[in-house]
Design a protein around this ligand. Structure first.
Ligand code: SAH
Ligand code: SF4
Length: 366
């Protein structure tokens, strides 16, 4: 809930209007700045309100069904919500910052051909609270609340987990208003990046409502190939997508994600065409080595091919770092997230994050 929603909810519980907005503010602070889940510990609230919360509020986190840590320090959590649906959230530490990759849907309706999540059906959209809960659980598990230490561990958020965020616009926007609010989760919009496969009309909406960093899953420079790899291209082709990018009020250059598929989209001619398409845009190209998953119909381009492709894009004036695959050994890398009913049956919950201090079993990284 946002502050206005909390105010309204409190008034529904009979809190007098004169104190409602102050109480909402205090509660908002406990929830998002302190990460508190026990009303009894919300010491700035009067006792009657703590009791009301005990009775009427559900502050429980989703269940942490599994936690895995990769050799490179990447961590992945499988979270289960009240209805039994599950998503994955990935923590990606780097030298001077760390990103949390959050999911926005259970599955995805778009079936991009190279994406593991795309082989799942869309089960449902996540609610704003379930999107925020991924951040809260990560902070619990990483001991990343302000009382614990001063330098925060989760410094950036990337909306690049399971699902297409712009097809769950209302809930994703509601969650991120709280994320970027300095009195809420407090991660600035410059440190948030939303990745979309190209839901063109929603790009402008997101620019107006949140204006975070933007990443576009481009992956092909011709419509015939992009129609096949990223089927939403049939509805909004490359030219329209790039037009929306040109109008986007980006706080920093837009990232174009380009998955390197051997013999499919990785030729010199593709690289030159990419440079031509981006002309006039403030952009950066993120080359993503294809991450394999069981049954995937593609292979990753050879390292030499990726370097040659990157050199052409760089010479054209666009930085084109190759994204180091992170957490591949635990299937946590781009496009590898997928939860299945079979996984769920095999695994008993290892923790409910009601008690974040409780030790948690680490599954072996296989
Ligand atoms: N649905 C959104 C966000 C999630 S996907 C989107 O498509 O942008 C995050 C990124 O991982 C996207 O750029 C996606 O195209 C890429 N990706 C998907 N499968 C991949 C794979 N197997 N290897 C590498 N990158 C992949
Ligand atoms: Fe969905 Fe993104 Fe995967 Fe495409 S790449 S299937 S939009 S999650």
């Amino acid at each position: 809930m946002s502050r206005p929603e909390l105010t309204e909810w409190l008034s529904g519980l009979g809190e007098p209007a004169e104190v409602g907005s102050l109480r909402a503010r205090q509660l908002y602070h406990w929830l998002y700045v302190r990460g508190e889940t026990a009303p009894s510990r919300m010491t700035t609230l009067p006792r009657h309100l703590r009791e009301l919360l005990e009775e009427h509020a559900d502050l429980a986190r989703p269940i942490v069904v599994a936690e895995q840590t990769a050799h490179d320090g990447t961590r992945k959590w499988l979270l289960r919500f009240r209805d039994g649906r599950e998503v994955e959230t990935v923590f990606i530490p780097e030298d001077d910052r760390a990103a949390l990759c959050v999911s926005t849907q259970v599955g995805c309706s778009l079936s991009c051909k190279f994406c593991h999540t795309g082989t799942m059906r869309l089960a449902r959209n996540l609610k704003a609270g379930e999107i925020l809960a991924q951040i809260l659980v990560a902070r619990d598990r990483l001991n990343d609340w302000p009382s614990a230490r001063n330098d925060r561990r989760v410094t950036n958020i990337v909306v690049m987990g399971m699902g297409e965020p712009l097809l769950n616009y209302r809930e994703v926007a509601a969650a991120f208003r709280i994320v970027v609010d300095g009195e809420g989760i407090g991660i600035s919009r410059r440190r948030v990046t939303l990745s979309t496969s190209g839901v063109v009309p929603r790009i402008a909406d997101w620019g107006r409502d949140l204006g975070t960093g933007l990443a576009i899953s481009l992956h092909a420079v011709r419509d015939d190939l992009r129609d096949e790899l990223v089927p939403i291209n049939r509805k909004w082709p490359i030219a329209e997508l790039l037009e929306a990018c040109r109008r986007y009020p980006a706080p920093r250059p837009i990232t174009f994600e380009y998955v390197m598929l051997r013999g499919i989209n990785d030729s010199d001619a593709d690289a030159r065409e990419l440079v031509r398409l981006l002309r006039g845009l403030k952009a950066k190209v993120n080359l993503i080595p294809f991450n394999p998953w069981p049954g995937a119909p593609y292979r990753c381009s050879e390292p030499g091919r990726i370097r040659a492709f990157a050199a052409i894009v760089e010479a054209g004036g666009y930085p084109s770092p190759v994204r180091a695959p992170r957490g591949r050994d635990i299937l946590a890398a781009c496009g590898q997230l997928k939860t299945t009913v079979e996984q769920r049956r095999r695994r008993a919950p290892v923790s409910s994050s009601h008690d974040p201090t409780e030790p948690i079993a680490h599954l072996s990284a296989t």
